[in-house]
Design a protein around this ligand. Structure first.
Ligand SMILES: Nc1ncnc2c1ncn2[C@@H]1O[C@H](COP(=O)(O)OP(=O)(O)OP(=O)(O)O)[C@@H](O)[C@H]1O
Length: 527
């Protein structure tokens, strides 16, 4: 397992009056993509023993900087220093060999393989799997990361996959660990345990670069923060002496608007009725669903809270038609029994679906954005007429999404994988919202999205609700659900509690239900 590094921590050194040595330093790095300058002379030094935040709104250039610091991208100009000396990382393997480990937003794991097999792929040599599994167990115990070596990755939730990536990285004994939005898919408890892991790592003298849009956690966890805006270095601050508002202002360059709270409008017809829906566990991702009941009426937003892996993915798949229900009547969309219909037929009922995974599920990575529009709009009639794609209509829709949802990217119509995470999320939400759905089901609506864009997405969903759409939001972010939904239900072990009006519940009550406790002893009710 990783050996502790004998280096003074950032705080120890600050007390001693001297700054600790910088382990990895970017000096005036510049990277262009065509006409777009993604990083413009950006400098950043990560010191031994510190947790250093990298902040900036979507598309500010954070991932580009990280990719240059680990050899995944080469800068057009500027240089990297490792322990004060110039260094060149031609590829990620060379940075890994120097002790720079990165956990990216999009994971590189093979679904069909077990955790230990996936970890083995990323490590040099041919360590026997039982020995590697034992090392994983040791790492898990030491850093408090719940990971089971012999589970198949395809069965894991996004949060669990992320822990696998972190463990894989830690087994490489990194001196610098770069975490790209590590908490965006974690529950509050999982985030807390990750923070303890990060503290342990920095206590050991390692350096952590922490990318996050959650400013409160940055203020708690990080010793320093570098802020980027529009590809430029804006400031280096001590986040512990800043407020979330002052950090957001540095990132955005202006005040960040808050989501409009509950609108006063009457609820209409039920747009989604789920009656006694049970789905068998099939050994793939997500657990079985047990007798789910839910009603969402035109004009309301219902949130589903829960710890990852309790059936939320299966619920999304059952609602979107990726998994069919045995009883067609168990899911009714806008008065039509839909349990036996596939995704396209459900979309024809004017339902829209935004899955949790943007790249690969919501969007095809190697298809251009405009072609990605077609993925969910081909049945709408506006874009495909009598089997023929109207390219002018398609391109017009694409441009409307980009404009109204402020999707930023370089070039005219790039492949989806070229977009920053938050911008791709804005695109995917925009694609569904502009179809004018009567029902929209969104899994993790603001994962990886900056504060301003997250506010925009929530306000957009509220506006859709006010226009008569029914909205179901599955989210692990309890603050988000409390901020903008009308009623909240909790998913635990494949069962859904009855949705409760937000005003009549509390964070504590929801937290208890997430852990499987119910004051009334009842786990499953109708809406
Ligand atoms: N390979 C690429 N080709 C073209 N443009 C790119 C490429 N990679 C990134 N970009 C563009 O560079 C800009 C910076 O992107 P980057 O991914 O670094 O932002 P970010 O700050 O990490 O954003 P987010 O918070 O959304 O992940 C964006 O406008 C993005 O579209």
């Amino acid at each position: 397992m990783a050996e502790p590094i004998q280096t003074r921590s950032a705080d120890d050194s600050a007390e001693a009056g001297a700054l600790p040595a910088s382990l990895l330093e970017a000096v005036a790095l510049t990277k262009r993509f065509g006409a777009l300058v993604a990083n413009d002379h950006v400098s950043l030094a990560i010191r031994a023993g510190e947790t250093h935040a990298l902040l900036g709104e979507n598309g500010a250039g954070k991932s580009t900087l990280v990719k240059m610091m680990c050899g995944l991208l080469q800068p057009d100009s500027g240089e990297l220093l490792y322990e004060g000396s110039p260094i060149f990382f031609p590829d990620p393997a060379s940075s890994r060999a120097k002790g720079v480990g990165v956990v990216f937003q999009h994971f590189a794991l093979f679904d069909a393989m077990t955790v230990v097999e996936n970890v083995a792929l990323g490590l040099p040599g041919h360590e026997p799997l039982p020995a590697l599994a034992a090392r994983i167990d040791e790492c898990v115990a030491r850093y408090g990361l719940a990971v089971e070596p012999y589970r198949r990755v395809g069965e894991l939730s996004v949060g669990e996959r992320q822990r696998v990536e972190i463990v894989r990285c830690l087994l490489g004994n990194p001196r610098v660990l770069i975490l790209d939005e590590p908490t965006s898919v974690l529950t509050p408890d999982e985030s807390e345990s990750l923070f303890r892991t990060v503290d342990l790592l920095t206590d050991e003298g390692r350096a952590v670069l922490f990318i996050s849009h959650k400013l409160d956690e940055v203020r708690r966890l990080c010793h320093r923060a570098t802020v980027l805006r529009g590809g430029k270095f804006i400031a280096e601050v001590d986040p512990r002496t800043e407020t979330a508002g002052s950090l957001a202002r540095l990132m955005v360059g202006a005040e960040v608007p808050r989501t409009a709270r509950t609108l006063t409008h009457d609820l209409g017809e039920p747009r989604l009725l789920v009656r006694n829906l049970s789905v068998k566990g099939d050994g793939s991702r997500g657990s079985a669903l047990h007798a789910i009941n839910l009603e969402i009426r035109a004009g309301e937003i219902v949130g589903v809270a829960g710890v990852a892996g309790n059936g939320q993915t299966t619920l999304f798949e059952a609602l979107s038609g990726e998994k069919l229900a045995e009883d067609p009547e168990s899911i009714v969309i806008d008065r039509t029994p839909a349990g036996g219909l596939g995704p396209t037929a459900r979309r024809a009922l004017r339902a829209g679906f935004v899955p949790e995974e943007r790249l690969g599920h919501a969007a095809a990575p190697d298809m251009r954005l405009s072609d990605n529009v077609l993925l969910t709009t081909h049945g709408d009639g506006a874009i495909v007429k009598m089997g023929v794609v109207s390219h002018s209509a398609l391109y017009a829709r694409f441009q409307e999404i980009v404009k109204r949802f402020d999707v930023r990217f370089g070039g005219r119509d790039p492949k989806a994988r070229r977009l920053s995470g938050g911008n791709l999320q804005k695109f995917v939400i925009g694609r569904e919202v502009l179809r004018e759905p009567v029902l929209i089901v969104v899994d993790q609506p603001t994962w990886g999205v900056d504060a301003a864009a997250a506010g925009f997405i929530r306000t957009t969903l509220r506006t859709k609700a006010a226009e008569g759409c029914a909205v179901l939001v599955i989210s692990q972010d309890l603050d988000e659900l409390l901020e903008f939904t009308d009623r909240i239900a909790v998913m635990c072990e494949g069962r859904l509690t009855a949705p409760v009006p937000v005003a009549e519940t509390s964070r504590e009550a929801i937290g208890l239900a997430m852990g499987g406790s119910h004051d009334d002893g009842e786990a499953t009710h109708g809406a």
